[in-house]
Design a protein around this ligand. Structure first.
Ligand code: PAF
Length: 285
């Protein structure tokens, strides 16, 4: 049966957002936010449900943040589905959808960048220069704009999760950053807004990424190292139709230092290109 629909108000102006959150705070209500760039999928909806369960009021933010795109075409092609996003969120019953525009977020004269010294120069940070400065800057602003008590992020972007957590601690922002498990398609492909950009043919090939990663996991569990496992994994990805591999690395879950084998809690990280679309994934070891 279709769940009951209760559309949330779409708020575009910071003043209106502040007026609303002020009334909630005055009643002692807690606020949970789910920062997104739209093109919402079940992964985002699971974050919204977690926020719904944990806090009195839930705001989903939708802002395609130009500062975190290092490639103008990537920004131009990023899927934009606001109407559909609002419809999906109605079934969860969030309290507000905050959709600021560029001028609202970065008014004339805007000149502050939040930049971290640690965690940002490896993995996606090494391949997308300036990306995490853009992420840290916009998330700091969203946490402050919404007066969030808790903010929910997917572990699919694990590096982003660690960076946001560090940034919030360093800047004394009083929001708890909550990491939530990656949601996958039935064939193992991690949900991502970018999956919408995959052609039908590429979509069929895409699950090979998580299969290869699972095989590496098994090899590591059997005592092999990344050095011995990586060549075969790269060949398998190539045979499966993938293009460039930006990285396929085992790193410490706490600080992203590079590992050969899981001598401490670790995650296997991958970023690979498939028919012009960059897919990322990571799994706990
Ligand atoms: O993960 C994303 O969608 C974005 O990086 C975020 C956290 C919404 C910041 O723009």
């Amino acid at each position: 049966m279709t769940p009951p629909v209760s559309p949330a108000p779409i708020i575009r102006k910071l003043d209106d957002l502040r007026a609303l959150t002020k009334t909630w705070k005055a009643k002692g209500e807690t606020i949970g936010i789910v920062p997104t760039m739209g093109a919402l999928h079940d992964g985002h909806l699971s974050l919204a449900r977690m926020a719904r369960a944990a806090t009195d009021r839930v705001i989903v933010t939708i802002f395609i943040n130009p500062k975190q795109f290092n490639n103008p075409d990537d920004l131009k092609n990023y899927p934009r589905t606001e109407h559909e996003d609002a419809r999906k969120l109605a079934s969860i019953g969030v309290d507000a959808i905050y959709v600021p525009d560029g001028a609202q977020m970065y008014p004339d004269g805007f000149s502050t960048t939040v930049s971290l010294d640690a965690l940002t120069d490896v993995l996606c940070g090494a391949h997308r220069l300036g990306h995490f400065d853009g992420v840290a800057t916009v998330v700091a602003k969203l946490l402050l704009q919404t007066s969030a008590d808790q903010a929910f992020f997917g572990e699919k972007d694990y590096q982003q999760l660690l960076i946001v957590r560090r940034m919030a601690v360093d800047l004394d922002i009083c929001a708890t950053i909550v990491g939530c498990p990656t949601v996958r398609e039935i064939d193992g492909l991690a949900l991502s807004s970018r999956n919408l950009l995959l052609s039908d043919r590429a979509r069929v090939k895409a699950p090979a990424l998580s299969e290869v990663m699972q095989q590496i996991t098994k090899g590591l569990a059997a005592g092999e190292t990344m050095k011995t496992l990586t060549p075969a994994a790269l060949t398998q990805l190539d045979n499966a139709g993938f293009g460039d591999v930006d990285y396929l690395e085992l790193r410490a879950a706490a600080d992203l230092s590079l590992l050969e084998s899981p001598t401490e809690p670790a995650r296997l990280f991958a970023a690979v290109w498939l028919a012009g679309v960059r897919l990322i994934d990571n799994i706990a070891i």
